[in-house]
Design a protein around this ligand. Structure first.
Ligand code: 6R9
Length: 634
């Protein structure tokens, strides 16, 4: 059985088999799970539509596979360790049996509140145990969860609720992040003024705030849970029934709801988790992401629980009360597998080595990173100060759309190279294409990263708009899934991800479309037009630089920046605030009216020449004017 790779030779053999006999390869892995009815066909696909079906005809429930399947063997094993924001507050350990009971109760609450198979539930919660419980309870009743990261604004929540026509919202009274307290329920209330489909709101008590409760609509979760029975028969789901929607930004205006399936996603999350991290039964695993992002879905909740692992759920932030918080938690819970983002590493690196040197970190065995390219300096720091030179680092490349990791080392098994995601996992067939869509053969080549064969965890559609899914991912290079990333394959066949080739900015591992931010900025009453680009930022990876054209009565630049901050925070969320707002008299446009972003990106990066061909510009002199204005800000 090849479900777990142990040597480089085994990796090669598994990879070869996954390409030669993909159906047999994945079918064997899928048999690890409890199926209420086996599948009829392992794979049917067509990237032109696209139509992708894995394990068709199979019936299962993923919550049963995360929970019930483990009860006999590891019912008393800890499934979740909750570490609160404040280190002086007690942590909580929840066993598989207790988690099963909590999920069943929550499933009953959902059922009692009219939620059933196929209904959409919006989850807007901080990192408290109710969050993974809510995901699994939705899965158990067959509802489709749509988690909205708790840093998004009420407008962003409303957009997402409306797009999916959610029936119910699960939220909290408030949340804490470092020294801050945030009134979460108020944010939701504001969003719901524009969401007539929402009939019920369930409120978890995190801060015990005195929140406004709308009669007939709002209820406290704890009192609902007390009334609920502790058993819930899991709803039979077809393999291809949607499990969740997760919104993500692309190059065009509004975020898309990426839809993941039940069966294929399950098989893929489990396989990649166990193999990339080389998970062992007694490991304590900690992924520091937020469940509001795909990393949290696949590698805090589903992957680890499918594998029967102990997964840490951390409510806090890396820098509060001080830069040693992560390492304190690692020592406290004896974390052996640790998975974080380059931006967190760079922030802690900037604070100096004292905070990390205070801790032993002797329990660590494997380190991982995700979300953006990791620069060599951060990689070396992570390897030396955190891993003490003895822990392999898995640089895992993947996306919301891919459901799980696609390119990554297998810890301790395949070779490592700083800055490289290295090799594709079994089942993943990456190719690099040139601008014309021709596959670049051989080594030492660079191009647009595409995948040419389906894997079970891939997206199936974008919610409510299948055509958009086709246009975005399958139309640019017919016959391939297009990732939006550029990559290089070096002389040894290792992949290095270079970054987005589209108009997506990656800020601290979070994706934003330039158009999305521009739309927000353009709502300012004195801003006529704007152009947003990413630029290299020492901690965030990329920062956001906004060039704006003002109308005559606009305030001064400083005041304007404050107003733009507020506007973007209100319309998207604080995480999307521009780092720089530069007022410009015009933008470099071609005669056909297209903004030449390439030039704006170079200026923001501090480059003063090499702007390439500017002959098609309507007004080439504008470039110098913008450049002079930018110099003051760099
Ligand atoms: C999992 C996740 C996806 C985009 C992706 C790429 C970038 C993610 C990376 C990486 C270099 C890595 N990205 N992991 N770039 N090395 N190891 O982050 O999903 O939020 O959808 O972002 O992030 O540009 O296309 P998501």
């Amino acid at each position: 059985m090849h479900s777990r790779i142990r040597t480089f030779g085994e990796y090669r053999a598994a990879y070869k088999r996954s390409v030669e006999e993909p159906e047999a390869f994945w079918a064997e892995l899928a048999r690890r799970f409890s199926w209420k009815k086996p599948w009829d066909t392992t794979l049917e696909w067509n990237f032109a539509e696209p139509s992708i079906q894995w394990f068709r005809g199979g019936v299962l429930n993923i919550s049963e596979n995360c929970l019930d399947r483990h009860l006999q063997e590891r019912g008393d094993k800890v499934a979740l360790i909750w570490e609160p924001n404040d280190p002086t507050e007690a942590s909580q350990k929840i066993t598989y049996r207790q988690l099963h009971e909590r999920v069943c109760r929550m499933a009953n609450v959902l059922h009692n509140n009219g939620v059933g198979k196929g209904d959409r539930v919006c989850i807007y919660l901080p990192m408290i145990p109710e969050l993974p419980v809510a995901l699994l309870a939705c899965a158990r009743v067959g509802a489709i969860h749509s988690v909205v990261f708790a840093g998004f604004s009420s407008r962003a929540i409303a957009d997402r609720i409306q797009d999916a026509a959610c029936k119910l919202v699960i939220t909290a009274d408030g949340m804490c992040r470092g020294a801050k307290r945030i009134p979460v329920k108020e944010v939701v209330d504001e969003a719901l003024q524009e969401c007539p489909t929402v009939k019920r709101v369930l409120v978890a008590k995190r801060l015990h705030l005195d929140v406004a409760m709308k009669p007939g609509r709002d209820a406290f979760l704890d009192s609902e849970l007390r009334k609920a029975a502790q058993k819930f028969e899991a709803e039979p789901m077809d393999s291809e029934d949607p499990l969740f929607i997760l919104y993500t930004s692309g190059s065009t205006g509004k975020p898309k709801g990426v839809v993941h399936s039940s069966g294929g996603y399950m098989v893929y999350a489990d396989y990649t988790f166990r193999n990339v991290f080389q998970y062992e039964e007694d490991d304590v695993y900690w992924c520091t992401a937020d469940i509001g992002w795909i990393t949290g879905h696949s590698y805090i909740v589903y992957g680890p629980l499918l594998a029967g692992a102990t997964s840490v759920l951390f409510e806090g932030i890396p820098t509060w009360p001080d830069g040693g918080r992560f390492w304190e938690v690692v020592d406290k819970h004896r974390v052996s597998l640790f998975y974080t983002a380059p931006t967190a590493i760079r922030a802690l690196m900037a604070a100096g080595p004292e905070d990390v040197e205070r801790y032993k970190l002797s329990s660590l065995r494997v380190l991982g990173t995700v979300g953006e390219p990791i620069n060599e300096e951060a990689w070396e720091w992570y390897h030396h100060y955190v891993g003490k030179g003895r822990c392999p680092i898995v640089d895992t490349w993947w996306q919301t759309e891919t459901g799980g990791i696609l390119i990554s080392p297998l810890a301790g098994i395949t070779p490592l190279k700083a800055g490289f995601a290295t090799l594709p996992l079994p089942g993943v067939q990456p190719v690099l294409l040139d601008a014309e869509g021709t596959e670049l053969a051989g080594r030492g080549v660079e191009g647009n990263l595409c995948i040419k064969f389906p894997w079970p965890g891939m997206l199936r559609t974008t919610w409510g708009d299948h055509e958009r899914c086709r246009q975005t991912y399958f139309a640019p290079y017919p016959g391939y899934y297009f990732t939006g990333d550029g990559a290089r394959r070096d002389e040894e066949g290792h992949y290095r991800i270079i970054g987005r080739v589209d108009d997506v900015i990656n800020v601290s591992g979070h994706r934003f479309g330039t158009a999305e931010i521009e739309n927000a900025i353009n709502e300012h009453e004195y801003i006529a037009e704007s152009a947003v680009v990413g630029y290299p930022h020492p901690i965030k990876g990329q920062g956001i630089w906004a060039y704006v054209i003002c109308t005559p009565r606009a305030p001064g630049e400083e005041q304007l920046q404050a107003e733009v901050d507020e506007l973007v925070s209100k319309l998207i969320g604080r995480i999307a605030k521009p780092d720089v707002v530069q007022v410009v008299p015009g933008l470099p446009k071609t005669r056909s009216g297209k903004i030449m972003r390439r030039i704006l990106r170079k200026i923001a990066a501090g480059e003063t020449d090499n702007f390439g061909d500017t002959s098609t510009l309507l007004d080439p002199e504008i470039v110098d004017t913008i450049k002079e204005g930018a110099l003051v800000k760099l």
